[in-house]
Design a protein around this ligand. Sequence first.
Ligand code: SF4
Length: 53
Amino acid sequence: MALSGVKCKVSSCKHWKSGEQCDASAIEVNVDGGGSNARQSEQTNCRTFQMKN
Ligand code: SF4
């Protein structure tokens, strides 16, 4: 079951499904380098990512 409203292009993640969908039950998004003050989207990342086997 895809997460509604989440569009993801990280096809190397084991949660990724065709159509740019994510089948994780939930995702966690963090700021690169820690903290909580990202200034642009490039400074954020999906912590739920797991490499495909
Ligand atoms: S867990 Fe994160 S990186 Fe993996 S498919 Fe879902 S949104 Fe993308």
